[in-house]
Design a protein around this ligand. Structure first.
Ligand SMILES: Cc1ncc(COP(=O)(O)O)c(C=O)c1O
Length: 402
C-alpha cells in the first residue's frame, strides 16, 4: 500500500543530510500540544473554532507581550503585535505591504536563502549588503543605501537575521546593532529583523533585538514558533509600529478570514500561560546544545589531521554551523565528494543575493545540526573529513562518480 506523503523532508537511505533546517522529531511536543489543544477547546469552546480577531486572539497577544519582555529588552504593547501563519508568511506580508515591483531590497550577506525567494517573488531587485566575518557592516551599508538612493532607486527594506543567524549562527554585536538602526532610520529604509532563533541560545541569552533598540520604530521584527514548538503549526508574529499592525489587520483577506491562524493561536496561548512552553523550550535547548557540541567536537577531530587548518567555531545559538573551507576548495565542489560519502549540506553560495555576473562566495558549508542525534552528527563529521580529503586529492574521475 502506498504511504501518503505528509511532510517536506525526504529521507535518502543511508545519507546523513545536513541540508535540512528541520527540528529533531523527538523534540516535537506531541503530548503537550494535545493537552493544550484539549484545554483550549474546553476553555474557549466554540470561540476556538469560529472566525478570529484580525490581528490575532488577545490571549496569545497578551502572553506574547509578557513573554517578549522576558526574552528581549523591550516588551511590546498589544497594539504592536500581529499574529501570522509563521515567519515566512510574515515576510510575504511585509513585502506585499511595503514593496512595489522594481524596488530594491537590501539583504545581509550571507542570509536566509528562502527569504531571498520570498522577496524575489515581488519582482524586486535584491542587493547584498557589505559584510565581514562579524556580520553586516553598518558604515558600508549606510554608504550603499545612500548610493542606491542617489541612483533614484526606492529601497523600502533591509532584511537580516541578526541573532543566531541562518546560515552563520552568528549574532551582530551591540555597537553594530545601534549603528544599523540609526543609519536605516536616516535612509528611510525599514529594517526587517528575522528573529526566528532568539530563544535557542546555548551560551546565555540572546542580545536585545534591533526592534527593542529602535524602541519599536523603523524596525519590523518577525518571530516564529516553528523552531521552539513545531513548524507544522504555521504560527508566528510581527512586532511593529501600531500603524503597520493596523494596515496588516485591514488587509481584505485578513478581515475576510478572521485572522491568520486563530485556533492554533489559542492553543499556543494555553501552552504559554500554563508554563508548558517555558518547560519545553528549556528542554529542547539542552537537546540542541548537545547536538551542536557533538557536531563541533567531531568536526574538530575529523578535520584536525592531514588537512589544512580549518577554524571550526561552535555557534552560540540556532541550528547551523558555518564551516569555512580550505583555500582552493569550493563548497559546491566539496558537495559532490560529500554526496559520494553519504553526507550532504548546503553550499555557501546559496545564501547570497549577487548579480549573475559576480559569482557569490562559495567558501563555506552550512551544516544543520537540528535534525540528527549526536552519534549521527559525529558520523557526518567523519564522512565530511573523508570527503574533504578526497576533494583535496583532486577532481572526481568519471569512474568514481558512482
Ligand atoms: C531565519 C529564518 N526565518 C524564517 C524561517 C521560516 O520560519 P517559519 O517556519 O515560521 O515560516 C526559517 C526556517 O528555516 C529561518 O531559518
Amino acid at each position: 500500500m502506498r504511504v501518503p506523503r505528509t511532510i517536506q523532508y525526504v529521507e535518502r537511505a543511508g545519507v546523513i543530510d545536513l541540508r535540512w533546517g528541520h527540528p529533531a522529531p523527538a523534540t516535537l511536543p506531541v503530548r503537550a500540544w494535545q493537552a493544550c489543544q484539549d484545554e483550549a477547546l474546553r476553555r474557549y469552546s466554540w470561540r476556538a473554532l469560529t472566525y478570529g480577531r484580525a490581528a490575532g486572539p488577545e490571549p496569545l497577544i497578551e502572553w506574547l507581550c509578557e513573554h517578549l519582555g522576558g526574552t528581549d529588552a523591550r516588551a511590546p504593547v498589544p497594539a504592536e503585535v500581529f499574529v501570522t501563519a509563521g515567519a515566512s508568511q510574515a515576510l510575504e506580508l511585509v513585502s506585499l505591504l511595503l514593496t512595489r515591483p522594481g524596488d530594491t531590497v537590501v539583504v545581509d550577506s550571507p542570509t536566509y536563502h528562502l527569504a531571498l525567494r520570498i522577496f524575489a517573488d515581488r519582482d524586486v531587485e535584491l542587493v547584498g549588503a557589505p559584510a565581514d566575518g562579524a556580520g553586516i557592516d553598518p558604515p558600508a551599508t549606510g554608504a550603499l543605501l545612500r548610493r542606491l538612493r542617489a541612483e533614484g532607486r526606492r529601497v523600502p527594506l533591509l532584511y537580516l537575521v541578526p541573532t543566531f543567524a541562518n546560515p552563520t549562527g552568528g549574532s551582530l554585536a551591540a555597537e553594530r546593532r545601534r549603528e544599523l538602526v540609526e543609519l536605516a532610520g536616516d535612509a528611510g529604509t525599514m529594517i526587517v529583523e528575522d528573529d526566528a532563533y532568539r530563544e535557542l541560545g546555548y551560551n546565555g541569552a540572546a542580545p536585545p533585538s534591533l526592534w527593542s533598540i529602535a524602541s519599536g520604530r523603523g524596525v519590523i521584527r518577525v518571530g516564529s514558533f516553528s523552531k521552539t514548538v513545531g513548524p507544522g503549526l504555521r504560527l508566528g508574529w510581527i512586532t511593529a509600529a501600531p500603524q503597520l499592525v493596523r494596515s496588516l489587520s485591514d488587509r481584505g483577506f485578513v478581515d475576510s478570514g478572521g485572522g491568520l491562524n486563530h485556533t492554533t493561536a489559542l492553543t499556543m496561548a494555553v501552552m504559554g500561560y500554563s508554563g508548558r512552553y517555558a518547560e519545553h523550550v528549556a528542554a529542547i535547548r539542552t537537546v540542541y546544545r548537545r547536538q551542536r557540541d557533538a557536531l563541533t567536537t567531531a568536526l574538530i577531530t575529523a578535520l584536525g589531521t592531514g588537512l589544512p587548518a580549518i577554524d571550526v567555531t561552535a555557534p552560540r545559538g540556532g541550528w547551523f554551523l558555518w564551516l569555512p573551507l580550505p583555500e582552493g576548495i569550493s563548497a559546491t565542489e566539496l558537495l559532490t565528494h560529500a554526496e559520494q560519502h553519504a553526507v550532504s549540506f548546503l553550499p555557501g553560495n546559496r545564501f547570497y543575493a549577487t548579480p549573475a555576473l559576480d559569482p557569490a562566495p562559495d567558501d563555506h558549508a552550512r551544516l544543520s545540526f537540528s535534525m540528527y542525534e549526536p552519534a549521527e552528527l559525529a558520523q557526518a563529521a567523519h564522512r565530511l573529513g573523508a570527503a574533504l580529503r578526497a576533494a583535496l586529492d583532486g577532481p572526481l574521475t568519471p569512474g568514481r562518480h558512482g
